[in-house]
Design a protein around this ligand. Sequence first.
Ligand code: ATP
Length: 318
Amino acid sequence: MIKRIGVLTSGGDAPGMNAAIRAVVRAGIDFGLEVYAIYNGYLGMYEGDIERMYRKSVSDKLRLGGTFLGTARLPEFDQEEVRLKAIENLKHFDIDGIVCIGGDGTYHGAMALAEMGVPTVGIPGTIDNDIRGTDYTIGFDTALNTAVECVDKLRDTSTSHHRCSIIEVMGRNCGDLALWTAIAVGAEYVITAETGYKPDELIDSICKAAKTKTHAIIIVAEKLVDINELAKKVTDETPFEARTSVLGHIQRGGKPSARDRVIASEMGYKAVEALVNGEIGTCVCIKNDKIITTPIKEALEGVNDLEEKYRVFRIINK
Ligand code: ATP
């Protein structure tokens, strides 16, 4: 039976991580456990930056963006000797279970620890929504709403100047944030890793928009195309002058939406329950509105199927 658990946030921060940490701390205490903060992700585990937490330690954190535990990237954590030193630090504090909140990289770290005998349970905290085993990752809703608010503002100016706005949103290889934003703002075109990009089709749709509209919007998932080159192409080949904007890290910030707070709280509780039940190397997922746990390895498998949403986008934004 475990007695002491640690909680960490790792990789990119996401709004709602604090709500998840708070839930882990309070659920852990309710289960009769001691709960420890591990600061700055796996780096804090490696450096022994660990501290006992109490109910009060997480007061007033629920509504804050970012992660008050801090986060870091420690690429060396894929080396066994680095993990062995981190595990030594856990032993020093008698910590016998860890909740790892983060994205797919964080999950690989958690899986590697589990293979070395450390009970770990993951919570999906990333604005990218790129963990296939779960329908939802904490932070996505807040980031989506931030992106939509920014694009709406850009639309005001692009309409006034009769321009085409090309806007890069985050999401790396997972196009959810881009496609959902494109649907929510009524964009003319969207480019994601899953949907691809056909230059002629894009120019056609912008030219078509120019016949009836005073603006056009193209949403591009992070770094998929050179948006400055694309702006030149749109300016040269359509009636619109194009301007670019990169929303960048602003999408990660801000206070978490109610949805992110609620799901993070439920997931935090579930993660502690899983550790108490003796699970090792699992993660919390939402499937068809139910909160479950599944092996991390399985949660990382699969491809992102955006086809149905993309079909709807194309029909209603023709
Ligand atoms: P996001 O996608 O939101 O940025 P993430 O969790 O995917 O979040 P990463 O930087 O990829 O962010 O991973 C976080 C940390 O997890 C890394 O800095 C590293 O310490 C650890 N990690 C990543 N991959 C591995 C691996 N293969 N083995 C062990 N640890 C890993």
